[in-house]
Every structure is written in C-alpha cells, then in structure tokens.
Design a protein around this ligand. Structure first.
Ligand code: GLU
Length: 396
C-alpha cells in the first residue's frame, strides 16, 4: 500500500492525554493510582450551567448552529472579555469552536503557510509543538530558563525572528509552568511583534486562575496595533470546569475571523449547540463559581509548592497562575530509584508511576527535559497523599 501522510505520521500522541488515559486505566483495573497528569479541574460543572444545557435539550436546541457559533454565544464572549479584560470586540470578530485546542489549530491554519516559522517559548504545552507541525510549519523553540522565571524576554524573541517567521504562540498564564508575564514584560514582547511584523496567537485560557492578587493582562489590550495582529484564544474549560463540553473561542480582526469561520464550515460544521447554550450561561451568569474554584486552587498551590520545596533533591518555583507546578528533577538524574536508573524526565515519571503510584507528566514533551509537571487540579486529600508518595519514592 502507498505511504501514509507524512505530516500525520510524524505527529506524536499528546503526553498529557496519554498519561491521563494510563492513570484512568490503572484505576479501572483496581490500582490505587493518584492522577496529577491532565490539567482538568476536579470540580463538577456548576449547576446553573448544567441546567442551561438541560433546558436547551428540552427546547430542542439540538440542531446545527452557524459554523462559527451562535450570536448569543458571541455576544456572551464579547461581554465577558470586556468585563474581565477591558477588551472591545464585536460578535463578528468572535469564532467559537470545539475547545481551545482546536482554536489554536484553526488560528495556525489561518495564519501560516507550509515552511513558515512559528516561535514557541519553552516550556510549552505539548500540543503547540505538534499543532505547528500539523500545519506544515516549522517550530522555532526559544527556551525560557527556570532562572528567568520561565519567561521569554523580548530580546530572546527578537533574536529568534527570521524572514520566515510568521507568528508567535504565547501562553499566558502558562501551561506547564504556571508563570504569568507582568504587563511591562508583555509590552516589550508586543513591541517586537509589531516592529518585526509577526502575528501572535495568545492563548489565555487560564486567565481566570491567578493567585496572590496578580491581575490578568490580555495581550490584545496592549494597543490597537497589537490587537490587530493578535488572535486571542480562550475557552470555558478551565475557568468553569467544563473540559468535556469542548467549547473554546477566538477573538481577532473581522477578516481573520471570517477566514476561520470559513474553515470551520468545512471541518467541524459547528460547535455543539447544547454546549454553546451551557457556555452562554457560564459566561453571562454569576462568576462566583470561578472565584470559589480559584480560591481552592490557590490553597492547593500553596501546599504543593511548600511540600516539594521541603524535599531533598527536588524544587519548584511558586507559580502565579493556572494549576500546574514544574518540579525540577535535575538532581535526580543519574540516580537509581527503586531499581530504576533515572536518566530523563520520562524515566522519572515512569518510575514514579510504577513504584510511587503517582501519575505526572514528564517535561520532555514540553521542551523542559529536567522537569516533571504536576497538575494540582485534584482534591487536597489526593495532593497530600501524592506528596507523601513522592517523598517515599525519593527516599529510594
Ligand atoms: N490542557 C490540559 C493539560 O495540559 C488537558 C489535556 C490536554 O489537552 O493536553 O493537561
């Protein structure tokens, strides 16, 4: 038979999804594994959102919607972005799709030609790298060191730009590091993007989950010239505990939005009608549920960071957003733990799962080879137990 598509053959499975599936499989098989793998809130979707979905089903809101989303959904997005981020968008600049991940894909599809370069600061969320490759573009990875707070500087960005550079993917607050750019750092990056004429896909899906009183600054709020070249990605999954509903959205200039809508009309057809009705309730309803979950995440972050840093041979920065901690395991490399030689973050994660019954994600697929990502989107009891298990595991 003929060769299968080269691009598809080269795509790697998502390590976050693989780890999550593995942990769930082990749990189903009766193994007492604690999952810190996928970044998925453990909270249930709030009741008023579920009620809106039930109502939509009863009222037969069960048909196709416009390819880029319902008017009600687009209006709700505009309102929420205005209220939370001070952004002025109109509904024709909003595109709704099946999750923020798919939104990033559509944005890349709209911006880049095969052979274009897309700059990706590391550590990065696993899917960005593969998504760039999936559109035939070339990822240019710029490493933001732990000593720099995992933040790429404007100078690093400028140095990475070539005549082939089309876009930058910026994720703020960041998955996997949880770091948050300050406004001046973001502005410096934005100036380089304007001067060098590159687009920015700004994934701000964790914007509602910030700690220590840190305020969210949307990239598109940094000036009209910045906004014009930004495609903003957001979604309801993380802030409203709605991962399974698969609703993300994009904000951009009307022309780009139109192109993305055209693309969607031939690919997904439309996002789920029921999920959009639920998302309208999430965006328009009381935001108290977001604050309640945010507070719980902050307590968990405080606990997990303190425990990790109290252990010998591992450490982590204190993230200001999202629900991830990057644990530095550089000192563990070369050790033998429970009979397993630890030569990489993959070895560490595999051994921790096997001998410590704790599922995490190795940093290898995230441009962070000496790190392990912990998602603390799980209950405090699990976190306490997980930290005890980590301690036991490290003791050898
Ligand atoms: N975004 C979450 C994570 O990084 C969910 C899984 C995924 O889509 O990668 O764990």
């Amino acid at each position: 038979m003929k060769e299968l598509a080269q691009i598809a053959s080269a795509v790697q499975a998502s390590s976050t999804m693989v780890m999550d599936a593995l942990a769930k499989q082990m749990q189903a098989d009766g193994v007492d594994v604690i999952g810190f793998g996928a970044g998925e809130p453990d909270f249930n979707t709030p009741d008023h959102i579920k009620e809106a979905a039930k109502h939509a089903i009863t009222e037969n809101v069960t048909r196709y919607t416009p390819a880029s989303g319902t008017i009600a959904m687009k209006q709700a997005v505009c309102r929420r972005m205005k209220e939370d981020c001070g952004l002025d968008y109109v509904p024709s600049q909003v595109v709704v799709s099946s999750g923020a991940k798919h939104c990033v894909y559509i944005a890349l599809r709209t911006l880049v030609n095969p052979g274009d370069e897309v700059i990706l600061p590391a550590p990065f969320w696993v899917s960005y790298l593969e998504l760039i490759k999936m559109v035939g573009a070339t990822p240019v990875v710029v490493t933001a060191e732990e000593s720099a707070g995992f933040k790429m500087t404007a100078e690093q960005l400028a140095d990475a730009i070539t005549p082939k550079t089309k876009a930058l993917i910026l994720n703020n607050p960041n998955n996997p590091t949880g770091m948050v750019y300050a406004e001046e750092e973001l502005s410096a990056i934005a100036r380089v993007c304007v001067e060098k004429d590159i687009y920015v896909i700004s994934d701000e899906v964790y914007y509602g989950l910030l700690y220590d009183g840190v305020k969210s600054v949307s990239f598109a709020s940094l000036g009209e010239d910045v906004k014009a070249r930004t495609i903003l990605v957001n979604g309801v999954s993380k802030s409203y505990a709605m991962t399974g509903w698969r609703i993300g959205y994009l904000l951009s200039s009307g022309k780009i939005a139109q192109m993305m809508g055209n693309f969607l009309s031939h690919s997904t057809g439309s996002p789920s009608s029921v999920s959009q009705a639920a998302s309208v309730a999430a965006l328009n309803g009381s935001q108290d549920c977001v604050e309640q979950m945010r507070r719980a995440f902050e307590l968990r972050r405080n606990y997990i960071v303190e425990r990790i840093n109290a252990m010998e041979g591992v450490s982590c920065l204190k993230p200001e957003g999202a629900f991830y901690v990057m644990m530095n395991i550089g000192k563990q490399l070369g050790r033998t733990l429970h009979g397993e030689l630890i030569s990489s973050s993959d070895d560490f994660a595999a051994a921790l799962l096997k001998h410590g019954l704790v599922a995490t994600v190795p940093g290898s697929g995230m441009g962070a080879p000496n790190f392990i990502r912990w998602s603390y989107a799980t209950g405090m009891d699990n976190i306490k137990k997980g930290m005890d298990r980590l301690q036991g595991f490290l003791n050898g």
